[in-house]
Structure formats: structure tokens, C-alpha cells
Design a protein around this ligand. Sequence first.
Ligand code: FAD
Length: 462
Amino acid sequence: SDIDWPAFAAALAPVETIAEPVLVKKRSRDFFWYSPILNQKLRTCFGDLVARPKTRAELAHCLAVAWRHDAPVTLRGGGTGNYGQSVPLHGGLIVETTDLNRVLEIGPDFVRAEAGALMADVNTALADAGQEMAMFPSTQDIATIGGFVAGGSAGIGSVANGPLRQTGNILQIKAFSVEERPVEHVFGGSDVLRIHHAWGLNGVISEVTLRTVPRRDWISCMATFDSYGAAYRAGLALAESTRIDRKLASVVDARITGYFPRLTGHIRPGKHLLVSLVPREDLDAFRTLIAAQGGYPDLTLQEAEREALNIPHVFEFAWNHTTLQVLKADRTATYQQYGVNDPADAAGIEALHDKLGDRVWMHHEFSRYDGRVTASDLPIIWFEGEDHLRQTDRLYAANGCTVYDAHTNEIEGGGMKPDYRHLALKKRMDPKGLLNMGKSRAWDAVRHLPPEEIAALAAPTA
Ligand code: FAD
């Protein structure tokens, strides 16, 4: 770009900046390398300068300076997204939020925190008040609460409390516009959904208020089964149980557990695995359920026991951490995201499991939306090229699943933004289109329109 970056950095003062190319490059990456397709596309995309605001006033100043210079702006929390959401495609300024990290208020059933607060720190603060986040991702040690709301969707807790987009989970978002004088707007009600999972395209989140739930004494549980179908049925029964208040129900193919060396000696080898977190008072009911489903409760550990045995948190074998365990050993693996249209159809899942063969290993996560149990599959895929991936997508689609493509860095591609209302908001919040440039396929076609017209446009097709 033709921006004079040293002058730009000087204009940002007193905001801390990082210009050292090695460090800027490091902050231009996220976990896009899970996808060989995104890895090819994004590994040479870097920003020009990093800013680390410590206050809202500093954050607003960064945005005003960027607006003056027409500089692309990419927000970054922990940089743990999987779709290259925080990779600057057109260079420019990276605003890293991790110093804007105060937990501001803990109410009876909510927490209000600055965008850059680490979720592990939020959970620690909540624990003192007898609460915990209604759901959080397994990356809580490095991921921010603002990054979760802007780039994530669900996690540990979602099988009880729904995904982030469930009404009542995101209570409020405060976000700055990018203009000459950035304004902090407050979003409540269903308006929060325009900003949620919009990847920082349509506003710079400064603060979020999320629902919290009473803290429980969680027991880490792992049960094993002789067939994938049996493990899936047990996961489904656990997710549907009204007797057991589980906050995790993950089913993992036996072949994937071969990549869990830290569980060696703790679970039966070569068996299909159900991973869960169950409140202490529901443990007997859990054991009964596992036995009724033909499984073995190999591991049921209190926190102190788990730590003494040096076993990781069980959620590190769930959600997208399952994929990471395999990738740690072999970078030729990848994954995909599929929604199961009828989670109750365990026979259908079993049949598909057999059709997938040697190169695709199932891993299901149960969740809950509007009270109904949902299931998604995040299989390990031994990548043989994009044709094989798309063939796998078609096989899943023909067997009752919906593809939520994890190999695209376009907001329209992942299936979470089925209309253009988030771009109508972008027109208001970011009229120059500086935020996370290049991540919306539709923006260039609609940016000249007034917001009302953008909002009324027909839904995009994938
Ligand atoms: P980043 O990656 O830094 O940013 C994510 C997006 O949000 C980017 O588009 C960025 O530009 C934008 N953004 C960041 N901060 C702001 C802000 N203040 N204002 C506006 N936009 C902003 N995700 C889940 O949902 N559930 C899971 O269970 C889960 N498990 C994971 C497991 C592993 C091993 C990995 C690698 C990833 C996983 N993820 C999961 C994805 C990711 O870790 C989470 O979504 C995480 O919460 C993202 O937070 P972050 O701070 O790292 O965000």
C-alpha cells in the first residue's frame, strides 16, 4: 500500500505499536492451517503494523487514524479462529485487543467484560462468584471473549445452554464504528446477531455481556463402546437426558483415539469414545446410562484426581481440539463441518460411518438449540485434494447432512450468514469498508446501496 507506516505509527501515539516484521507476521496468522486449501491461500498474507490499545479511547483513536489513511483494519483477539478470519488479506493495521481485557461486572446471571478478556480469566473471575460461562471454546486460555462472539459459535456448555446465537446467550454488544470520529454503539435483543459471527466486518467490539450459569462441580468422564453406532446412541441419550445435566457430549471414532497418547492406559484402546462433563450429583445416573447403552465408564475423575494423573481437560479431546490432537502428529489431516439434519437417526449415522471408509473418521458434537438436541460432525479427513473433500461433502449431503464449509475465508461461505443484514449494518458502521477487507464476497456488489436496500436483498446462494 502507499501508506507511510512509520508516520501512521507516530499518529497512533500513545497507543503501543509493533512494527517488527517477524512479530507482525506472527499476528497475521490464525489456525487456518487446519485447512490445506486456506493454508495455500493465506500463508503469505500479512499486515503492516500492529496496534495494542489499552482503553476504549485508544481503540477509538486507532480507528480514527485508520479512517484518515484509508487503511485496512483487521481485529485480532487470540488469533485462534480456524477460517483465517483474523488474517489481513490486504495488509494494513492489525488491532490486537488483548490489553483491553478487564472484567467489568458480574451480575447474578451475566458477565460484562472488555472484548480482549481471555475466557479462562473470565471463568476464573466467575468462579469466585459461584458462576461460569454458559459456554466457552476449548481455546479459552488464549482466546478472547470478543473473538469468541465475533468469530466463534458454540462450545463446552452448548449441549446444555445452546450456541452463542441462542436467544439470551449474548445479552449485549458494544461496538465502535469506523469513521472520522468513531462512535460506540450499543446492541441488544436480536440486533446482537448481526455482529455475532460477522468476523469483525461490521463493527469493532469493545465490550460484551454474556449470560452465565451457576457453577457446578464437574466430573471428567470418558466412556468407551465397541461400535461407533453405540457410542453415538449413548451421546444422543446423554444429550437428551433430563436427568443428567451434562455440559459436553462428544463422540469420537476409535481410529482418532489412536492420536490421544495422553489417554493411553486410561481408556480401553481401539474403542469408540464418548467424552463428557457431568455434575458430581449426576454421576451415578451417567454410569447407569452408559451401562444401558452397552458401554464402559473407563474414566470418571474429579478435578484434583485429573490433575494428579496429569490428564488434560477432557474438553481437549472435544470440539475442534479433537482435530488438533491429530494435527499435532500429522499435518496431512484436515477436517470439515457438517450439521446432522436428523440427530435422532442413529441408524443413518451408522450407515454413513460405514460408507466413509478409511479416509474419513467421524466425530460428533451434540448441542442444543431452542431446546432441541442438535448434532454436528467434525470428522478427521485424510486430505487427498479438494476433489476428494468435495466428494466427501456430497456424500454427507446425500446422507442427511448440511455442509458448513470450514475451508473458506468468505463470510458467505460458512453458512452462518444466510442473508445480507450484517452487510447493511456494515454500511452504517464501516462505510469505507475498511474492516476485515476481502472477507465478504458480496460487499463490493452492494456497498453503493443504502443500508435498507442491502438488508432487503435476497439471500445469497452458496
Ligand atoms: P480471533 O481468532 O482473534 O478472531 C476471530 C474473529 O473475530 C476474527 O474475524 C477477528 O477479526 C474478529 N474479532 C476479534 N476481536 C474482535 C473485536 N474486538 N471486534 C470485532 N471483531 C473481532 N470455536 C468455537 O466456537 N467453539 C469451539 O469449541 C472451538 N474450539 C476450538 C478449538 C481449537 C483447538 C481451535 C484452534 C479453535 C477452536 N475454535 C472454536 C475457534 C476459536 O478458538 C474460537 O472461536 C475463539 O473464541 C476465537 O477467539 P479469538 O480471540 O482467538 O479470536
